[in-house]
Ligand binder design. Structure first.
Ligand code: DX5
Ligand code: ZN
Length: 217
């Protein structure tokens, strides 16, 4: 089955965001991936509610919101109101992950949990049946355009095993350094959703690049 493609707007041209969103609307991409950074959990600051609301007004595909922020519980309702269809929180930021995941679901959004490169997959064994999505970071979060960490393949396989052995219906998403070379290997390792920033937005023909990612079987 072809993967779900989620272009990361972090790599888009912010001066021409409307044009970039229209391109994604017309393309074969499935979701918009929005990277929210607070300058505390990660060493970068991106955007928050006003920009998310504006994106939601012209996006014709679901918004997949990746929260790289401390204390995400405080902002779940506001991101949902701003237009988030999926909200993913980092395992590393949640002391009461079960509560957070259910707060996301109660808001009406799908719930995702994100693991940094150093966080092992087995830590999800007691929450995996409660989540709609696990996002494996294949770079250290904070910036687009970084090098893919190859240990991610092994984590994908372990996560796929965990999902199958527990009867979870969670999707597997990977984020960071994805290109046309590693994407087929990720899909072969069981990945359902590919996030791509630089590979799409710096391409000569972004729509063609999205099509190439979408055609991976
Ligand atoms: C990194 C972000 C990613 C990033 C992906 O912290 O979560 O979504 O923007 O960009 P590329 O594909 O360029 O690594
Ligand atoms: Zn992301």
């Amino acid at each position: 089955m072809s993967p779900i493609i989620a272009p990361s707007l972090l790599s888009a041209d912010f001066l021409n965001l409307r044009t970039e969103i229209d391109m994604v609307n017309r393309s074969e991409a499935d979701w918009f991936h929005l990277d929210v950074m607070d300058g505390v959990f990660v060493p970068n600051i991106s955007f928050g509610f006003p920009v998310t609301e504006k994106i939601a007004q012209c996006a014709e595909k679901p918004l997949d919101v990746h929260l790289m922020i401390v204390d995400p519980d405080r902002y779940i309702e506001r991101f949902r109101k701003a237009g988030a269809d999926r909200i993913s929180v980092h395992y590393e930021t949640c002391n009461n992950l079960h509560r957070t995941v259910h707060a996301i679901r109660n808001s009406g959004a799908k719930a995702g949990v994100v693991l940094n490169p150093h966080t092992p997959v087995h830590l999800l064994s007691d929450i995996i049946r409660d989540v709609d999505l696990v996002l494996l970071m294949s770079v250290n979060p904070g910036f687009g355009g970084q090098k893919f960490i190859t240990h991610t393949y092994e984590k994908c396989r372990l996560l796929k095993e965990l999902i199958l052995s527990t009867g979870s219906d969670s999707l597997i998403e990977v984020d960071g350094g994805i290109d046309l070379e590693n994407a087929p290997k990720l899909v072969a390792a069981g990945v359902d959703v590919l996030v791509a920033g630089n590979t799409i937005f710096t391409a000569a023909d972004p729509m063609a690049t999205i099509r190439q990612l979408k055609q991976i079987a």
